[in-house]
Design a protein around this ligand. Sequence first.
Ligand code: ADP
Length: 153
Amino acid sequence: MEKTLVILKPSCVQRALIGEVISRFEKKGLRLAGMKMVQLTDAILSEHYSHLKDRPFFQRVKDSMQVCPVILQCWEGRNATKVVRSLIGVTNGREAAPGTIRGDFSVSSQENIVHASDSSESAKTELKRFFNDNEIFDYKQSTLANLYAGDEI
Ligand code: ADP
């Protein structure tokens, strides 16, 4: 099973959408393998958003991620990265499809509620960036047989 990183951004925390967003991942059938509240720093955000360093909004995005603590989560499931990306929708909340998290709760390309890893490779790198090994839990999900066919597990 694949593990992937989700960050509930300050826009989610401030608008009291934490429970709503977690509920969507839970109801889909993903397993919560790790979760903590953290105040992010400019240094770790510079690393995390290094692909945006030449964009005019780089500093503004980093600042918006430090407005208050965020919730870091590790979710697990078959093709979890792809599944989570489809649940959150495209970057710009105004363009994200209704029914997705960003489509339902965001009207912004910056204040878009959640971050989620965009590939299996980046999920591995990002989980290492934000979690220690002992903060990720491999307990058994008792509903597995109801969530997947035998050859999908
Ligand atoms: P995603 O979060 O969908 O993977 P990116 O990696 O391209 O998207 O961008 C990272 C974050 O930077 C976005 O989630 C958003 O908060 C912010 N961002 C991206 N594009 C813009 C933009 N044009 N204006 C303002 N903020 C942006």
